[in-house]
Write a protein that binds this ligand. Structure first.
Ligand SMILES: [Ca+2]
Ligand SMILES: [Ca+2]
Length: 235
């Protein structure tokens, strides 16, 4: 390469522009390609029971979900997860809630609802104090004896996970589909159970914060403006 060409300010400026563009492209590509997976244990898991509406079951080794027609016996389960390890603004590409059913009568679907109120309390939450508003349907899945049940939290498309990444907590309610007309009871292992490998968990796959297109365009535009100005100065 001629030394004279390297000394040419116009040539050096063009090469600098190419280098900056290349670096920005690398940053954009790598930021969009990498994904992480995290497995979270619940920080709260408990159930509530309409026949003992002021009792709490946060220390129970079971999570019960029940619907009996006569007499009217119903149980619902609530869990809460800390999402603080996932950076705000991340794109969640997969989210599976998993619980292991170790005993049940007839099988049917269990519905998962997002709970907007994150103030669930492990050892004092009861049937009478359970959240009854701010519930958003996420998914439903069947349970079977001695099998994992898995709920895909992205199924309905209604989980505004960005809000939970902001406030750091995801709370969920589980109840039988059409619970008032079912006749079944399901027992799942809770996080207090000694069989630690059967405890409930949440598995989330997420992509790091993408560089917004606006920032990319702004950067490109800035480079263009500087180039035009430089060329005018050289002229
Ligand atoms: Ca518990
Ligand atoms: Ca939340």
């Amino acid at each position: 390469m001629h030394k004279a060409k390297l000394k040419d300010p116009k040539y050096r400026f063009i090469m600098l522009g190419v280098l900056v563009f290349f670096c920005l492209s690398v940053v954009v590509c790598t930021s969009q390609a990498k994904a992480d997976t995290i497995t979270l244990s619940p920080i709260i898991d408990t159930f509530v029971y309409n026949k003992a509406p002021d009792n709490s079951y946060g220390n129970n080794t079971n999570l019960m979900i029940q619907g009996i027609i006569s007499p009217d016996y119903r149980c619902r389960t609530f869990l809460k997860f800390d999402l603080g390890a996932i950076p705000d603004g991340s794109v969640v590409t997969s989210a599976e809630l998993k619980m292991y059913c170790w005993s049940c009568t007839d099988s049917c679907d269990i519905e998962a609802y997002h709970v907007a109120n994150d103030s669930l309390i492990e050892n004092s939450m009861t049937w009478n104090s359970q959240p009854s508003a701010g519930l958003t349907y996420l998914d439903q899945a069947p349970f079977y004896y001695n099998q994992w049940t898995s709920w895909n939290l992205l199924t309905s498309g209604d989980w505004n996970y960005a809000n939970d990444l902001d406030d750091n907590f995801f709370s969920v309610k589980l109840a039988l589909y059409s619970e008032s007309s079912q006749n079944t009871t399901a027992y799942f292992h809770s996080s207090e159970d000694i069989h630690w490998s059967y405890r409930p968990y949440l598995e989330i796959e997420y992509a790091p914060i993408p560089i917004p297109g606006a920032v990319w365009l702004f950067g490109s535009g800035l480079i263009g403006l500087v180039a035009i100005r430089k060329r005018k100065n050289l002229a």
